[in-house]
Ligand binder design. Structure first.
Ligand code: ZN
Length: 321
């Protein structure tokens, strides 16, 4: 007998069941949801990471359901959401629905050498410490070995309906981030989280200004004003419009801190990340801190509040002068 992979199952409503896996990542868990479609069948939303032992959990939870799993829906390409999609498809035979933008991001992010080189190039261009980068890369490889995303999803986008649930595109945390909404309830992936704020990274997949996209998403959530959202991490959000406002304020404050990193003169994004995130962080979290800082610097630069300094053979710097 192998040990059961650590998880919990919670019935949130008769039509929404939450399956939570404990994960050895920056966030210590990820939620997957079973939501009832208009057909009466279940839709699996997000799939965690296919670590050894998760298959037995999926099989036993699915065996207890009162109806089959008819569909699988992936909110975005990050490993803790997409990483078990292929596995859940093998178990259920259900089609996988995913956005095309994020599927392409998924292929790029989990594709071997060419992407690794491009990503190293991005880090180096912004003065990132390449020893720290090597440490983060080691964590990536352990994770990548357990990512089993589905290779041929059916593409969906805003305006499509998946078994009675409306698909909405809310980019920022990921470029093609999709959510499902029905009866004013949103299954929201990482668009909105309680207590912590979703990571906004400027990376190879993000497009030039992910923070601008995310601030638009927060405005949109305030307009849509769902009654409740069920996120990929942490507790359900009972007042999503208010939470969106709080996160907007948080980014205003973070933009001010990012600007202050340039008070004493030009700085690289890597140097600035120590002003915005002064704590001692393990390599993969320092890389997140850097990518988040870079998203804020690029937002300010694209708005014209600061300037980028690019000189041959030198890391890119930013200046407020
Ligand atoms: Zn996540």
């Amino acid at each position: 007998m192998t040990d059961v992979f650590p998880h919990t199952v919670k019935e949130m409503t008769p039509d929404i069941i939450r399956l939570t896996f404990q994960l050895p990542l920056g966030i210590d868990h990820a939620h997957c949801y079973f939501v009832r479609g208009v057909s009466g069948e279940w839709i699996v939303v997000d799939s965690a990471v296919a670590y050894p032992g998760t298959e037995a959990v999926w099989r036993s939870v699915i065996a207890e359901l009162d109806a089959p799993v008819g569909r699988i829906f992936i909110t975005h390409y990050h490993p803790d959401h997409v990483g078990g999609g292929g596995l859940v498809h093998e178990i259920t035979g259900a089609p996988v629905f995913e956005g095309e933008l994020d599927f392409n991001a998924c292929l790029a992010a989990w594709a071997p050498p060419a992407n690794k080189r491009r990503f190293s190039g991005l880090l180096e261009a912004h003065g990132f410490d390449m020893d720290v980068a090597a440490g983060a890369q080691a964590s990536d490889e352990i994770l990548a070995a357990n990512v089993r995303h589905h290779a041929a999803p059916l593409f969906v986008d805003e305006g499509d309906v998946v078994d009675g649930w409306d698909v909405i595109h809310l980019p920022g945390h990921a470029p093609g981030h999709l959510v499902l909404m029905r009866d004013n309830v949103m299954i929201s992936g990482d668009v909105l989280l309680n207590r912590i704020t979703p990571n906004i990274s400027r990376d190879l997949q993000s497009g030039p200004d992910p923070l601008a996209r995310y601030l638009e998403t927060l405005d949109r959530i305030a307009l849509i004003a769902p009654e409740r959202t069920y996120p990929g991490h942490g507790s359900p959000i009972e007042n999503p419009a208010e939470r969106a406002g709080e996160i907007k304020l948080h980014h205003d404050e973070r933009l001010a801190i990012t600007l202050s990193a340039l008070d004493a003169g030009p700085r690289t994004a890597y140097e600035s990340s120590y002003t915005v995130f002064p704590d001692d962080l393990p390599p993969f979290l320092r890389r997140f801190a850097f990518l988040e800082t870079l998203a804020h610097l690029e937002y300010l630069a694209l708005k014209g509040d600061i300037q980028r300094i690019e000189a041959p053979g030198q890391p890119i710097q930013y200046t407020a002068e």
